[in-house]
Design a protein around this ligand. Structure first.
Ligand code: ATP
Ligand code: MG
Length: 595
């Protein structure tokens, strides 16, 4: 590919709104261009990498028996009403109407489409398990689209669905994807962790997230260096502290003027925050978004509330709850803003964190302006309508499995796999017939990879101050040949030879033959970051070139033939990404397990 007749318009400066490196570099390298918030055009250099990542994903899906589909982006509302997600998904679901007023959505994932297909097209256990996938644009009207491709409103996802006869088969399918995902992210050159995750609105019972480690990642990961436990902080279980053993004291009211926060009141009364109870007030909404009920949550004063655990405990979607207006809530329930406690509430659902069970002599709001209660005992003075773990596992807390101190890090969720069980097959009535002709609902799994988000994650992990440093496996091109003086026939002839020889070996080549200063060309080569750089300059007459890897500092002067050989060998070894491919020990054929 000759640059002189192609469109490439790199930028010195990134736009101000680009807050993270991957976003800045993709815009500067002319790989993407914003059209609207969270919606991007992919330009030739960027699109090549997207397609390379897609191809890696495709190969690994095909390797585990995946069948590639392409389902519609536009889905009829009826399908989504059948599964119930039309109501549960909330404002992220991009809803549209046709000219006749019929409702549709732009698919954010495709459980409904695939379940409906299998329901109508598949009937026998002999066809199971099925691994169906597609790679396509997805639509989510995200509340905060940002960070370029990291959180878009239009983005590319590979989503796969397994249809299994029973739990054992689902375990098998789940395992296939687990390993296929390791292969995919290894091949993309990512440093990632596999962590236990929350199922979120997709539902089901078991899930893992594949998270590329990065400070700009939006998922917070709690992990243990002792036993290897790793979970999103949304999901991570907590080990409750053992309550202090004391004789229960009498409940008594104390005057605590102006002490509206836990820190204020504990300072004022000179007690440890661990001996106080924190209150958080919410209002929930029904599926038509009418106010449903008030919720008061109580946790130990030094703890943070985990919203995901809370909505899971309440059994509602995340978008159907918000902080209550305490002044409005007061008259009905008895709470008093800043002085709310669990004793004597009415007309609200009380959620108590499990750690408070068995605690005695705690301090809590008295539901009276400027007053707190001391000597508050669980069981005697209050209980909860729901008593469960609703707190965040914080750094330094004991690991829920082994007790060692927990550490926190951040990651970019590049993929997630879920065991859905019968959630969709049940609501959409999708069944198969077993050997005896009896009907059973499918066990299902769903498995997503954010293709465009993976591209961002690769750049976050592979760059320096000058630009991107692509791994060979996902680079837009393998070799970048800079011709110092494109008007010089000797230099152009050698560049053409290199180009032709390398392309013959399936090595992808850019020849920068633009009429630009060498400095400009070198800067662009570094910015776009193809892995191998060959410079053709003054020594072209002797058949000599400069050869350098983008990821290394050293440059060597070698013959053009040596450069071709070196480039070819490197690309051959690294284009696949890794030779560490994992395969299952057995497989299914016609519904039966075989070795
Ligand atoms: P997040 O928690 O980041 O919102 P999610 O859990 O909603 O993601 P899934 O439904 O599991 O996402 O989607 C599968 C994959 O699609 C994710 O692992 C992620 O890589 C990618 N993805 C999800 N939302 C976006 C988005 N808005 N922009 C780009 N990629 C996304
Ligand atoms: Mg997810």
């Amino acid at each position: 590919m000759r640059l002189s007749d192609k469109h490439l318009k790199t930028l010195r400066e990134a736009p101000k709104e680009a807050e993270i490196v991957s976003h800045q570099l993709m815009v500067r390298a002319n790989m993407i261009k914003k059209m609207a918030s969270g919606i991007y055009s992919y330009l030739p250099m960027g699109w090549r990498t997207v397609r390379k990542i897609e191809q890696i994903v495709r190969e690994e899906m095909d390797r585990i028996g995946g069948e590639e589909f392409h389902m519609p982006h536009v889905n009829p509302a009826e399908l989504w009403k059948e599964s119930g997600r039309w109501y549960a998904y909330g404002p992220e679901l991009w809803r549209i109407k046709d000219r006749n007023g019929r409702e549709f959505c732009l698919a954010p994932t495709c459980e409904e489409a695939f379940t409906d297909f299998v329901k109508n097209e598949v009937s026998s256990y002999r066809e199971l398990p099925l691994q169906l996938y597609h790679i396509q644009f997805k639509y989510r009207d995200e509340a905060r689209p940002r960070f370029g491709l990291m959180r878009g409103r239009e983005f590319i996802m590979k989503d796969a669905y397994s249809f299994d006869a029973d739990q054992e088969m689902l375990d098998y399918s789940y395992g296939l994807y687990y390993h296929a995902y390791e292969n995919v992210f290894d091949r993309c050159g990512l440093d990632y962790r596999i962590i236990e995750a929350d199922n979120g609105p997709i539902g089901g019972s078991n899930s893992h997230e594949f998270s590329a480690l990065s400070d700009v990642g939006e998922s917070e990961i709690a992990y243990c260096t002792e036993c290897g436990m790793a979970a999103t902080t949304e999901r991570a279980e907590c080990r409750d502290d053992v309550p202090v053993k004391e004789e229960p004291e009498e409940l008594r009211e104390v005057y605590t003027p102006g002490t509206k926060t836990i820190a204020d009141v504990c300072n004022f009364l000179n007690i440890d925050e661990k001996r106080s109870i924190k209150a958080l007030m919410f209002v929930t909404y029904d599926r038509d978004l009418n106010p449903d009920e008030y919720v008061c949550v109580f946790i130990r004063g030094d703890r943070e509330l985990n919203m995901i655990k809370l909505v899971n405990a309440l059994g509602i979607p995340e978008h159907n709850i918000e902080f209550a207006n305490e002044d409005e809530m007061g008259p009905a329930t008895g709470i008093v803003g800043g002085f709310t406690g669990p004793v004597g509430l009415q007309n609200c659902k009380v959620v108590v964190d499990s750690e408070l069970v068995g605690t005695v002599n705690m301090c809590a709001g008295a539901n009276k302006e400027n007053h707190h209660l001391m000597g508050v005992c669980y069981g005697r003075d209050y209980t909860g309508d729901i008593v469960t773990d609703v707190k965040v596992l914080q750094a330094g807390d004991p690991c829920p499995h082994c007790g060692a101190p927990i550490k926190h890090t951040r990651g970019i969720e590049v993929g997630q796999i879920f065991k859905l069980g019968k959630k969709y097959s049940h609501s959409m009535n999708a069944t198969y017939k077993d050997e005896d002709g009896e009907d059973h609902e499918y066990e299902m799994g769903c498995y997503g990879i954010g293709v465009t988000r993976t591209m961002s994650a690769v750049i976050e992990q592979h760059h320096d101050k000058d630009g991107i440093i692509w791994p060979v496996s996902v680079a837009p091109y393998h070799v970048w040949i800079t011709v110092i003086d494109a008007s010089n026939e000797t230099q152009m002839a050698l560049a053409a030879k290199l180009e032709a020889e390398l392309e013959k070996q399936n090595v992808e080549v850019v020849v920068d033959d633009r009429d630009e200063r060498p400095g400009v060309k070198f800067k662009d080569a570094d910015l776009i970051g193809c892995p191998i750089r060959i410079t053709v300059g003054k020594k072209a007459g002797d058949g000599m070139v400069e050869y350098k890897l983008r990821r290394e500092q050293e440059m060597s002067v070698i013959s053009a033939d040596e450069a071709i050989k070196a480039a070819k060998e490197l690309v051959e070894v690294e284009r696949f990404g890794t030779d560490h491919i994992r395969m299952p020990e057995f497989r299914y054929h016609n519904g039966r397990k075989i070795k």
